[in-house]
Design a protein around this ligand. Structure first.
Ligand code: KIV
Length: 320
């Protein structure tokens, strides 16, 4: 059986200076592919709202959304450490409410940990979750759930005051028991300073190369969206263009009668076909007689199959 990546292994990777890769995943196939690629952490991010559900921010995403997608990711990922984001409104009302929601997310998805946004403002919650046995990943810098109060998706910590604030946030999260911290849209030098000052993995996104690891959004690195090209994301393939081309080809081939071909179709037993053709006049009227004849034919086929110990038409269960 494949061994699941736990918090301990992530800490060991950080301690050995082995960069940690984390990627978002939102459903069964994305999780399965990322797991096959041996990506150690899969984040069921609330970016779900933007890249999968079509909202213009992460704010509308609900606990139910996260659980629905978290379950699918867990089914696809046997080895990866699966982190599920706590969505907006699921932990801001007090630690008791946060604990209730985090417990639901852990129990119903089977994930390994949760992530929540905020530094000092989230410390009390992190503490209670960790005490209850729920591993928590912190998230500071740009915190997209606060986009309405932080005036958009901007790099954070550029002034000395903001930078000190972020360092203090990171230390407070570690003190509260966070096992890792995402640094989003933070200048490289500041991310490096934070990484040097905390003893847990830092996972950067738009935070330069000196973090303990990197996280990216599935759709960004695979080039799925034309209109969404964040500066911090490298497009390792242009899948969006390939998919559009494939869809157009599919439409054209159907329209031209070129799909499906004989190779892409299934055939039935010759005798069965003859019998059906013989019954065609009845098939337009009372079906009972035709059904009786066909049922007798099926019985004969079954008898023949049990004699030869083969399926009647020689095709696999999937083909049938
Ligand atoms: O929701 C998400 O995908 C995230 C990453 C951007 C870190 O939080």
């Amino acid at each position: 059986m494949t061994k699941r990546v736990r918090v301990r292994e992530l800490q060991q990777m950080r301690d050995r200076g082995k960069p940690i890769t984390m990627l978002t995943a939102y459903d069964y196939p994305t999780a399965q592919m990322a797991d096959d690629a041996e990506i150690p952490i899969l984040l069921v991010g609330d970016t779900l709202g933007m890249v999968v559900l079509g909202y213009d921010s992460t704010v509308p995403v609900t606990v139910e959304d996260m659980i629905h997608h978290g379950k699918a990711v867990r089914r696809g990922a046997h080895r990866a450490h699966v982190v599920v984001d706590m969505p907006f409104g699921s932990y801001q009302l007090g630690w008791q409410d946060a604990l209730r929601n985090a417990t639901r997310i852990m129990q119903e998805t089977g994930c390994d940990s949760v992530k929540l946004e905020g530094g000092q403002r989230s410390v009390e919650t992190v503490q209670h979750l960790v005490e209850a046995g729920i591993p928590v990943m912190g998230h500071i810098g740009l915190t997209p759930q606060s986009v309405n109060t932080t005036s958009g998706f901007r790099v954070q910590g550029k002034t000395p005051r903001d930078a000190v604030h972020l360092i203090t946030d990171a230390k407070a999260l570690v003190e509260a028991g966070a096992y890792a911290i995402v640094l989003e849209l933070v200048p490289t030098a500041l991310a490096q300073m934070i990484t040097q000052r905390v003893n847990v993995p830092t996972i950067g996104i738009g935070a330069g190369p000196f973090c303990s690891g990197q996280v990216q959004v599935w759709h960004d690195i695979l080039g799925l969206y034309e209109e969404l090209k964040p500066k911090h994301a490298r497009r390792f393939v242009e899948l969006g263009a390939d998919i559009r081309q494939a869809l157009t080809a599919y439409r054209d081939e159907v329209a031209a009668g070129a799909f499906p071909t004989a190779d892409e179709s299934f055939y039935m037993d010759e005798h069965a076909l003859e019998l059906i053709k013989a019954q065609l006049p009845e098939l337009d009227g009372d079906l009972s007689d035709a059904e009786r004849v066909l049922a007798e034919h099926d019985l004969k086929l079954i008898a023949r199959a049990s004699e030869t110990a083969e399926t009647p038409s020689g095709v696999s269960a999937r083909q049938r």
